[in-house]
Design a protein around this ligand. Structure first.
Ligand SMILES: *Cc1c(COP(=O)(O)O)cnc(C)c1O
Length: 373
């Protein structure tokens, strides 16, 4: 019997068989020719890593159990006890918690760099500074980083640039092509795209870094399961179709919301009045993604009413699925910042973040109109 599946089956196995000692030696002698143990490598997780690697233009990648694991792997690829990292102040809450609460225990220290000062890093650099961690588009205000300028700045100071490209996806921006050393994703978001997978991936521009990422993945046990990998690969196949759809819907919604008296501000890089609109246009090839934040009245009653009335934007504290949702930075992602930090980042009671899906846009507009009425 010849079985020729069109797509990669799920290799739901923790371990692989060997005929004899000769075959075992082939595993070590011809890397990539065989599999041994799924934590070290599995056809499904390799397929995901290789697919994202190709999209991002890297030389090697590791698929991880979450976006957090992807960030951890990237930091440990470059840092050890005694090292110091720079981190953009506008960063995913989990990233800053990882740095503050966990990597600090391992002797890795951090300094946060305000958005306005990202292009003048010299005054933040110490002799032990290894890298800058930043996001292509930040959460929740969608500030856009000029990655080429950042890469030049970092390299001039001997630092690596690590970019969390979760919000943009490689369809909108490819950080390695702009000079970044490592790019990573919460695959949970756009890469898988259907709100049914928790996963991550970290991609390196350099072979030695890729090997280091692989080692960190295997030895810390960060690698991804076959089933999750398979689902993420399935999602990834439509990423290039989904991102334009998310972007077109989001632009129409941003323009609509800007006209609504109940909406005090709309933060979306596709709007001409966004502070980095021109950069976003250039760096994103005309697509601005599906994420935006809106400012309602700074009054929890108003926010609650909006959440309760909206049918197509359920309050679900994640993002980037084909189905729209909304989130609340003050109560979720940025909950554990100090009130001063929250205020500095513009995260107030009235700030609501929308993740615009790929539904028919008229339905989304009608829903928002009635929720705001
Ligand atoms: C969600 C998210 C993460 C963390 O990813 P998980 O898959 O939840 O571990 C990291 N960075 C950004 C920008 C995210 O949105």
């Amino acid at each position: 019997m010849h079985i020729h599946p069109k797509i990669t089956p799920i290799y739901q196995t923790s371990v692989f068989k060997f005929e004899d000692l000769n075959e075992l030696e082939l595993y070590f002698g011809e890397p990539g020719s065989r599999y041994l143990y799924s934590r070290n490598g599995n056809p499904n997780s390799d397929e995901l890593a290789e697919a994202v690697n190709r999209l991002e233009g890297g030389v090697g990648a590791v698929a991880t159990g979450s976006g957090m694991a992807a960030i951890f792997a990237a930091l440990l690829a470059f840092c050890q006890a005694g090292d110091h990292v720079l981190c953009a102040a506008d960063i995913y809450g989990g990233s800053s918690s990882l740095l503050n609460q966990e990597l600090s225990r391992m002797g890795i220290t951090v300094t946060y760099v305000p958005f306005e000062e990202l292009y003048a890093l010299d005054r933040f650099v110490q002799p032990t500074t290894r890298l800058l961690l930043c996001e292509t588009m930040s959460n929740p205000l969608l500030r856009v980083a000029d990655l080429r300028r950042l890469a030049d700045g970092c390299h001039g100071l001997g630092l690596k640039l690590v970019v969390d490209n979760t919000f943009a996806s490689p369809i909108i921006t490819r950080p390695l092509a702009l000079g970044a050393d490592v790019v990573l994703h919460s695959v949970t978001k756009y890469i898988s795209g259907h709100s049914d997978v928790t996963a991550g991936v970290t991609v390196a521009a350099d072979a030695a870094v890729a090997a280091r990422l692989k080692q960190v993945g295997v030895l810390y046990g960060l690698t991804l399961s076959p089933m999750e990998s398979w689902l993420a690969v399935r999602g990834l196949k439509t990423l290039h179709l989904r991102m334009p759809a998310h972007s077109h819907n989001a632009l129409a919604i941003a323009k609509f919301l800007q006209q609504q008296p109940a909406v005090r501000a709309v933060y979306y890089p596709g709007l001409p009045d966004h502070p980095q609109h021109v950069l976003a246009q250039e760096q994103g090839g005309g697509l601005f993604g599906g994420m935006m934040s809106i400012l309602l009245a700074d009054d929890a009653t108003v926010v609650n009413r909006f959440m309760q009335r909206s049918q197509r934007f359920p309050f679900a504290p994640s993002l980037a699925g084909v189905d729209s949702s909304l989130s609340y930075p003050l109560g979720t992602s940025h909950r554990y910042l100090t009130p001063e930090q929250q205020a500095e980042l513009g995260i107030t009671v009235g700030l609501v973040r929308l993740s615009v899906g790929i539904e028919p846009v008229e339905e989304l507009l009608a829903d928002l109109a009635q929720a705001l009425a």
